[in-house]
Design a protein around this ligand. Structure first.
Ligand code: SF4
Length: 306
């Protein structure tokens, strides 16, 4: 089926709304069929194999198919109401990406594109038509259909999924998706089928192909983090690259939350780090516990991460 036609009865992501995204009656993600962009910018705060010294060019689509109450990108990710957004055409998008690539950055990341897979594919196709072939990184919340990810085999070079929850009550409460654990597990198993555990890097140490699984540790929910790590070790592989993130901070909408309205304590981080070691994870990155002050984007600025 023509890719655009799929948006008139959208089942791109596991929500399976069947929405006509060309109409006013949008689906759960609140996203139409065009290009709604929060930012296209250089980001230096990713894992060293992605950022290198110059950073990665990241494309942030607006809205999202998960609505995490603690989303640090909430200025652009809410599925209803006013958000920071602009609507360039395809030519303007590729022009901006190429202007960043021309500064020496050859890594292109798509951030939370699960509801914009069709748009992401057309951006990549247009870049290829212009004979530009950056390393494509898909930074996804993992609330994806495995069948959709299969279509992207050979197009996405580096899978960068979050694995947020193994506890369905938590995923329901915080992200509005009680089926997140099973969906994310299936999606990440599909990424692993495509790439295995190896991460291939060029001579400058920048990733060219592979899988990196991120996990953001939530304050007060250490057991969930331990379950996620156990699942990866037992059902996928302890040889995959993992990125344990301690950067959580409560953004405005979660600032007064009784459990997650605070940053992570050092003892909580330590417990998760210990478990990762016990389980045999030996590849990847663990953020320093004080990193919560370092990663606060502001999408109202032209450069959200500066
Ligand atoms: S991408 Fe949006 S409209 Fe399509 S199924 Fe998912 S939430 Fe619904």
């Amino acid at each position: 089926m023509n890719d655009l036609k799929r948006l008139s009865n959208c089942t791109i992501c596991p929500r399976g709304c069947g929405a006509d995204r060309f109409s006013e009656r949008l689906g759960y993600c609140g996203t139409g069929a065009g290009f709604d962009i929060g930012s296209i910018c250089v980001h230096k705060g990713e894992e060293p194999v992605l950022s290198g010294s110059e950073g990665i060019c990241n494309v942030f689509f607006t809205r999202c198919n998960l609505q995490c109450v603690y989303c640090q990108n909430y200025q652009i990710s809410r599925n209803q109401g006013e958000i920071v957004s602009y609507t360039p055409d395809l030519g303007q998008i590729t022009e901006k990406i190429i202007s960043i690539m021309d500064t020496g950055i050859d890594m292109l990341g798509f951030v939370s594109p699960s509801h914009c897979i069709v748009q992401m594919k057309s951006i990549i196709a247009e870049l290829h038509r212009l004979e530009r072939h950056p390393v494509i990184v898909m930074n996804t919340n993992a609330y994806d259909r495995a069948e959709t990810l299969k279509e992207l085999e050979g197009l996405v070079d580096v899978w960068l999924p979050d694995f947020k929850y193994m506890d369905p009550a938590l995923s329901k409460e915080y992200s509005g998706a009680s089926d997140y654990p099973e969906i994310a597990a299936k999606s990440i198993r599909e990424m692993y089928r495509q790439k295995g555990a190896a991460l291939y890097c060029n001579e400058e140490g920048l990733a060219e192909s592979g899988l990196i699984i991120r996990h953001l540790i939530l304050p007060g929910h250490i057991e969930n983090s331990l379950q996620v790590l156990r699942y990866i070790a037992e059902e996928i592989s302890a040889s995959v690259h993992i990125s344990l993130m301690s950067q959580y901070y409560p953004p405005e909408p979660a600032a007064d939350h009784p459990v997650i309205g605070r940053t992570l304590r050092a003892d909580e981080y330590e417990r998760v780090r210990e478990e990762a070691e016990l389980l045999g994870f030996h590849r990847g990155w663990m953020q320093e516990p004080e990193s919560s002050s370092l990663y606060r984007p502001d999408f109202i600025r032209d450069h959200p991460f500066k």
